[in-house]
Design a protein around this ligand. Structure first.
Ligand code: ZN
Ligand code: ZN
Length: 130
């Protein structure tokens, strides 16, 4: 009984550590980034535990999974509203672009009904340009 209680607490701490990472770095993150930053709080964090907790956080609606056209899977906080992303081809980081500059109405062919859109920008970020 006592042992089970300790194990449960440890699991909660791992999830908290992952949530803290997203509170600290406010942009979409890869598994490796979450792992590296989360280990500062919980040293025992490994890829399997991070995967398991990310899956739970996505199911809970706390995180959103992003599959980038380049192939990488990243995670960001859910409920941010409509926005797009910029991926740096040099450092691979994904940045959030506030708002939307895409004109859905003028891009839609006559007679078509657009139900949504995705815009993905890529290039070189400001830190990699220097
Ligand atoms: Zn960069
Ligand atoms: Zn948009």
């Amino acid at each position: 009984m006592f042992f089970a209680g300790i194990r449960m607490k440890r699991k909660t701490n791992q999830r908290n550590a992952i949530q803290e990472v997203f509170q600290e770095i406010d942009r979409p993150l890869s598994i490796n980034e979450i792992l590296a930053v989360g280990r500062r709080t919980v040293g025992s964090l490994n890829q399997a535990t991070v995967y398991r907790n990310l899956k739970i956080l996505v199911e809970n609606g706390w995180l959103k999974k992003i599959n980038t056209p380049e192939g990488g899977t990243l995670y960001e906080r859910a409920g941010k509203g409509h926005h797009h992303h910029f991926q740096c081809r040099s450092c691979d980081r994904l940045f959030e672009i506030d708002g939307c500059a895409f004109n859905e109405k003028s891009a839609t062919p006559p007679g078509f009904i657009t139900e949504g859109h995705e815009v993905y920008l890529y290039g070189i970020c400001s830190s990699c340009r220097d």
